[in-house]
Design a protein around this ligand. Structure first.
Ligand code: HEM
Length: 511
């Protein structure tokens, strides 16, 4: 009896399973058919833009599997030591600009510096940033990272001008030096001969500088609280997008709530004393003082807008800069000839300062030409931000390629940096290449900080901070790095956080 029941149950389940497979297959085939028809129609239609001039075809490429597209291949290449292989393979089949389908969306990938330049310049505000929904929720709708048009221009210009100003850089140099020296001597005192994880320590230095620049927060309890909550908040940017108590996204939003409360209080306090100073001391001042003349609104920015923007401005700086600081040390550890030349250049500056008794100024660091070349080469080869994602607001044609309205464009910065057409032996760490004619950091073939309308406002601050860190590190200490490797997915970092042992430099090295 029991056996019979089992058999009939098995048969029922079997036919149920077969039926399910048949239905699923039919649905998939139908979906694929509809999807292909829609995709083909989109690719061959004559686009209907305002002036009716645009005519062209969507670049060639593959849309991969129904629904999944080519997402798995894209992610798999991210886990290898050559994440650009996804792009390289398709570039060789379809050309420098090709079509694919990633994360549920049709996407046009550009590995062409000229096309990337047009996308980044974004004349006429055709391209807007495009992020997954969970990330947009974390950013907030008024974040500089997603806002567009005149408000974006206003906030971007305010922050960019402030961070670039010589007065600010002069003031900040002393602060970065103190932070770097304090951290380095603390490592040496506590860890002489023991292993430290450089990536963690670089994060501490970079965070201290970031909150000083934006909020004038000094080391202490507030800083420790902010660092803890900010790290929790950042976890939500790369997580499974479900939100209920206990999930990463939920905790991340909670952490953001705590940060908003704390920074909101700072902004309100500052508003009371805003007239007391002539020059802004940080980003709070800059945003509070603006009267809206530049965009003609003649309206001050609301306090809650300022508060959330200050937090969101920390997102692009919190991990990128310490990653660059860590990777520069990794490349120096692997390239002794580069290290020797860098030490020589920095020792000369150090001796000059010791002999004259003068303080360092920011231009001292920026004029260390070989050091700056080492920084450029690190940014080129490490590709900390590998691409920027945009969505087209209307049909647009670039170099003959049609990008239909609503499609995403992935401007691959990495592909340009690792292309033999642009850099000889692109996988070789070669800072001397920056001394050769025709290679320069202002070219559209070198875009570690993006470009155009959204060019990173932290660019000069980053170069200055890395140079200050390197100067004091290589002129005060020697180090030995343990074996470690770079991972590229989901973000660029060292697999083991770059363990090193450091020892203070003997006095005779300084004489
Ligand atoms: C090595 C370090 C850094 C790298 C490689 C880097 C890279 C980038 C890139 C590629 C973009 C453009 C994103 C896009 O177009 O969608 C960007 C934007 C941005 N970065 Fe950086 N960044 C670095 C450091 C910093 C620092 C230290 C700060 C903070 C002061 C910062 C603040 C910003 C902001 C606020 C934006 C958004 C600009 C806008 O959308 O208008 N970055 N960064």
């Amino acid at each position: 009896m029991e056996e019979k029941t089992w058999e009939s149950a098995a048969a029922a389940t079997g036919s149920g399973l077969d039926l399910a497979i048949v239905i699923a297959t039919a649905v998939m085939v139908a979906a694929a058919g509809v999807w292909l028809v829609v995709a083909r129609r989109k690719e061959t239609r004559k686009p209907d833009n305002d002036d009716g001039e645009i005519d062209g075809r969507v670049p060639r490429g593959s849309s991969g599997w129904p629904l999944l597209g080519e997402t798995l291949d894209f992610i798999a290449s991210g886990y290898t030591s050559r994440p650009v292989s996804f792009m390289e393979k398709r570039k060789s089949l379809y050309g420098k600009v090709f079509k694919t389908h990633l994360l549920g969306k049709p996407i046009i990938v550009s590995t062409d510096p000229e096309v990337n330049k047009v996308v980044l310049l974004n004349h006429g505000n055709i391209f807007v940033p495009s992020y997954p929904k969970s990330v947009t929720e974390l950013f907030g709708k008024n974040s500089i990272l997603q806002m567009n048009g005149s408000l974006h221009k206003r906030v971007h210009a305010l922050i960019g001008t402030f961070l670039k100003s010589p007065l600010h850089k002069a003031r900040l140099t002393a602060h970065i030096q103190n932070s770097v020296r304090r951290s380095l001597s603390a490592w040496a005192d506590k860890n002489n001969g023991l292993v430290i994880y450089l990536q963690d320590h670089a994060k501490q230095i970079a965070f201290e500088v970031l909150v000083k620049v934006l909020l004038s927060v000094e080391p202490g309890q507030d800083l420790d609280f902010m660092k803890r909550e900010f790290e929790e908040f950042m976890k939500g940017l790369i997580c499974f997008p479900v939100k209920f108590p206990g999930t990463t996204l939920y905790k991340s939003l909670k952490a953001k709530g705590k940060l908003l409360k704390m920074v909101g209080k700072m902004v309100e306090e500052r508003k009371k004393e805003i007239e007391k100073r002539d020059d802004p001391i940080d980003a709070i001042d800059v945003l509070l003082r603006d009267t809206g003349e530049s965009d003609g609104t003649r309206q001050r920015l609301p306090l809650d807008f300022i508060t959330s923007n200050l937090i969101e401005m920390m997102i692009p700086g919190e991990e990128t800069l310490p990653t660059a600081m860590t990777l520069v040390v990794k490349f120096l550890s692997d390239n002794p000839v580069t290290l020797a030349q860098l030490v020589e250049e920095n020792m000369k500056l150090r001796m000059r300062k010791l002999n004259s008794g003068e303080e360092y100024i920011w231009t001292d660091y920026m004029s260390l030409s070989f050091t700056q070349n080492v920084i450029s080469e690190t940014l080129r080869i490490a590709n900390i931000i590998n691409a920027v994602w945009r969505k087209a607001q209307k049909d647009v044609k670039i170099k003959g390629h049609l990008i239909p309205k609503g499609w995403c464009v992935l401007a691959s910065l990495t592909s340009v940096h690792m292309d033999e057409e642009n850099y000889e032996n692109p996988y070789e760490f070669d800072p001397w290449r920056w001394e050769k004619p025709g290679i320069n950091i202002n070219s559209s073939k070198f875009t570690p900080f993006g470009g155009g309308q959204r060019l990173c406002p932290g660019l000069e601050l980053s170069r200055l901070e890395i140079a200050i860190f390197l100067h004091h590190f290589v002129t005060t200490y020697r180090w030995v790095a343990e074996e470690d490797e770079i991972v590229y997915f989901p973000t660029v970092k060292m697999r083991r956080k770059l363990p090193i042992t450091i020892t203070p430099l003997a006095v005779e090295h300084l004489l």
